[in-house]
Design a protein around this ligand. Structure first.
Ligand code: F3S
Length: 283
């Protein structure tokens, strides 16, 4: 059985950086906290917990003088300010691409633009980005949403980093159709699109797909959905222990991919387990 691993399976740049900073902070052994889980990987969160890193919901749950790690998709401006006021040591693991989107929103607001954020209003990244506006700000998820917004003389558009380019385009077209001045910042990060394209191609070339990543990870679930549309023999797992050898009956080629918050050690364990199942079959 041939096992083909997608080239970009696993950590994107921002998650790799955040995880590295988190393990580094944990190593220093002071009281260390994250505001919400650092990434959508229960196994990474558990490893950090074992090293003494606690995940809390609010800055008020953290003792003064402790260290707080800001997760890769950022937090609201007020939370960051609260951390400074509480005299916490801040390890800012916000992905630089998310930070850019936050900065554009702050600049647009200060220059008198009403801000339109293209994204999912309940996603923490979007809630963080929105919090940097000092004037009017709206979250939209389609061109139709733009038609319902109040009159605006100057509109500034930014996108949640994981949005598709087509989606941003649709919203920008709707903004332009309303007239007035429109300034657009393309804040999309291509890590998501690259993983999705690659996964789609791989699913078309194999008999069975294994997608690794947190069941709570939206980007992993999306990869699973893309595969399943092409290949019903697609399985979403978090760990190697969840693999059922029966999945590989009659399979010549198995494709493996992983979401942007899946660490390399989990991917390695899965590919090793598949190879061991194959060896058992032959032996
Ligand atoms: Fe950053 Fe893009 Fe990953 S915004 S966290 S590199 S998906």
């Amino acid at each position: 059985m041939e096992v083909i691993l997608a080239k970009h399976a696993g950590f994107c740049f921002g998650v790799k950086r955040a995880t590295h900073l988190a393990f580094d902070a944990a190593d220093r052994r002071g009281d260390t906290y994250t505001l919400g889980p650092i990434i959508h990987s229960p196994q990474v969160v558990q490893r950090l917990e074992e090293m003494g890193v606690k995940s809390v919901e609010n800055v008020s749950d953290i003792d003064n003088g402790s260290t707080v790690i800001i997760r890769s998709h950022g937090v609201a401006a007020e939370e960051l300010e609260a951390a400074v006021r509480a005299n916490l040591e801040i390890v800012d693991a916000t992905c630089p691409f998310v930070k850019k989107a936050q900065e554009h929103v702050a600049t647009l607001s200060s220059e008198g633009y009403d801000v339109v954020v293209v994204g999912d209003a309940v996603h923490p990244e979007v809630q963080g980005i929105v919090s940097y506006a000092t004037g009017r700000v709206y979250v939209v998820s389609s061109g139709k949403d733009v038609e319902r917004l109040p009159r605006m003389a100057k509109m500034g558009v930014v996108a949640q980093t994981t949005q598709s380019f087509e989606h941003l385009n649709e919203v920008v077209a709707a903004c332009l159709a309303r007239g007035g001045e429109t300034r657009v910042y393309n804040t999309i990060c291509d890590a998501t699109a690259v993983r999705q394209e690659e996964t789609k191609k791989l699913a078309g070339e194999v008999d069975c797909m294994i997608v690794i990543g947190g069941f709570n990870s939206a980007n992993t679930r999306r990869l699973t959905q893309i595969c399943r549309e092409l290949l019903p023999r697609t399985h979403h797992i978090e760990t190697a222990g969840q693999i059922d050898p029966a999945w590989f009956e009659g399979v010549q080629r198995v494709g493996v991919t992983a979401g942007a918050s899946t660490p390399k050690w989990l991917i390695d364990e899965v590919t090793e387990r598949i190879s061991a199942i194959d060896r058992d079959k032959i032996g």
